[in-house]
Write a protein that binds this ligand. Structure first.
Ligand code: AHR
Length: 498
């Protein structure tokens, strides 16, 4: 017998419009993400600019919005001027974040041209590890200023007369972490970030700035860091960054599937800190949230997977993903939609090879399980998030406490209602969708992600074991929709109201 659940909705119980930038990605100069990932001039799949056209095609399916670049830990030792100008004159450097070799064949202008071509909004991270506020400011002049001054003219000399117009800038990366090149206490980072913010905003009033918040909730500085930094940067802080990598470390699927509850709490604690600082400062300006690195990552979180051993494009953290990981990825997206009033940017980390939905080998590519929940949400992301109340059985997750077997989120787009539902249970679930103030007239389309067991994964011999398939088990009855979900599954359903 399936368990019965009801998702209660009301079209006036809105949260906020879902910001399109919540469906962003992250491309770091790390492992085989850039070289051997998106860029591989010697590949038979390469286009005239050296980009892998098969990889770009797969990325188009994800339809990502904001793209964060060039790191990550990498950025804290990166000097942008090494990556502009004639390729043959660019230095080949020892890169210390991942102990690799960086040839700088891809840099600012290549990335921004790719972003324009892919429809990505660039989100550039500046180096506040070994870099200075002035170096960051010069980069903004290079990308955004009209010609007539030094760095803008340098851009024109390098072949791009028109400014790129990059709006989103991250002031460093994970500066609270002891692993970060140039890690400093919160007070000192706050000072660096404040000085950088002022220079950037003096140069470009349209710039939007993301300050480093707590990257990991287990650090002793958790939230105190955020408070200190927000107080120091003040009204220049448009967004506070947060990161999360989760994993099934104790081999307990039910527990792992409950971790989106912790994502909800992480978001709410960061938001509370933003509100607290705004209130303390008596300022009408409050920072919103940029969840600019998130994913499942635990199977390759150690030793050789994280050390390039002085090589060029080493295979780092090439995590393999299964069905349960995909359900957790759906869980992150549920949480972002449920917090649409405060989470304005989010970036799946990363996009190719490095903890990625796409794996590329010289002769082909593989779409991993986590590719699909992103696509299923992305296809239905326009509109306003609705409050969801799920009625039904709960279980006690060892690490995360009381958790509903069914997780849900919803987006209202005019007369179209998109509902996203995860069944975390090992048995089937019957899920009724009820909209209190109107009726559901029809199911427009529906997709399902499922598999025989939570450990099912795609591999090179069987690339489609876990993928989004058409979902037929949606019945419209008495103005309600009823979904019959198999065990361990995720459904995205578009319904017509009225
Ligand atoms: O995404 C991989 C790494 O994880 C990033 O470089 C860093 O910011 C985070 O710790």
């Amino acid at each position: 017998m399936p368990r019965h659940h009801t998702v209660h909705l009301h079209t006036h119980h809105t949260i906020a419009p879902v910001d399109r930038r919540v469906f962003g990605g992250f491309l770091e100069h790390m492992g085989r993400a850039v070289y051997g990932g998106v860029y591989e001039p010697e590949s038979p799949h390469a286009d005239a600019d050296g980009w892998r056209s098969d990889v770009l095609e797969a990325l188009r399916g994800l339809d990502m919005t904001a793209m964060r670049y060039p790191g990550g830990n990498f950025v804290s030792g990166y000097h942008w001027q090494d990556g502009v100008g004639p390729r043959e004159a660019r230095p080949r450097l020892r890169e210390l974040a991942w102990n690799s070799v960086e040839p700088n064949a891809v840099g600012t202008d290549e990335f921004l041209a790719l972003a324009a071509r892919m429809g990505w909004e660039p989100m550039m991270a500046v180096n506040l590890g070994t870099g200075t506020p002035e170096e960051a400011r010069n980069w903004v002049e290079y990308t955004n200023a009209a010609t007539g001054t030094k760095y803008a003219d340098l851009r024109a000399e390098n072949g791009r007369e028109k400014p790129w117009g990059v709006k989103l800038w991250c002031l460093g990366n994970e500066m609270d972490g002891h692993w970060q090149i140039g890690h400093v206490p919160a007070e000192e980072y706050g000072l660096r970030a404040q000085q950088t913010a002022k220079l950037i905003k003096d140069l470009d009033r349209e710039a939007e700035l993301v300050v480093c918040g707590s990257s990991m909730t287990f650090l002793p500085s958790y939230l105190e860091w955020d408070r200190t930094v927000l107080e120091r940067v003040g009204d220049h802080a448009d967004y506070l960054s947060l990161h999360s990598y989760v994993g099934n470390r104790n081999g307990d699927t039910l527990d792992f599937l409950a971790c989106p509850g912790a994502i909800d709490r992480q978001i709410e604690a960061a938001d509370a800190t933003c509100r607290y600082v705004a209130a303390r400062r008596r300022s009408p300006k409050r920072a919103y949230l940029s969840f600019d690195e998130w994913n499942v990552w635990y199977k390759t979180f150690s030793g050789e997977h994280m050390n390039g051993a002085g090589r060029f494009a080493p295979p780092l953290i090439e995590e393999r993903y299964n069905l349960e990981d995909a359900l957790v990825v759906a869980g992150f997206l549920h949480s972002f939609v449920r917090h649409a009033d405060v989470v304005k940017i989010a970036n799946l980390a990363q996009i190719v090879n490095v903890i990625a939905p796409i794996l590329a080998q010289p002769d082909g590519l593989l779409l991993q399980s986590i590719y699909w929940p992103f696509v299923m949400f992305s296809r239905r992301r326009n509109g306003t998030a609705l409050r969801t109340a799920v009625e039904g059985d709960r279980y006690d997750a060892v690490s995360y406490g009381s958790t509903s077997h069914v997780d849900a989120s919803a987006i209202l787009d005019g007369e179209r209602l998109h509902v996203f539902v995860t069944n975390r249970d090992e048995g089937a679930a019957e899920v009724r969708i009820r909209v209190a103030d109107t009726t559901i007239a029809a199911c427009v389309d529906a997709e399902l992600l499922a598999g025989p067991d939570p450990k099912t994964e795609n591999d090179w011999d069987a690339p489609e074991r876990v993928h989004a398939a058409g979902f037929e088990d949606v019945r419209i009855r008495d103005g309600e929709a009823v979904l019959s979900l198999p065990a361990w599954s995720f459904a995205a359903v578009s319904l017509r109201l009225g």
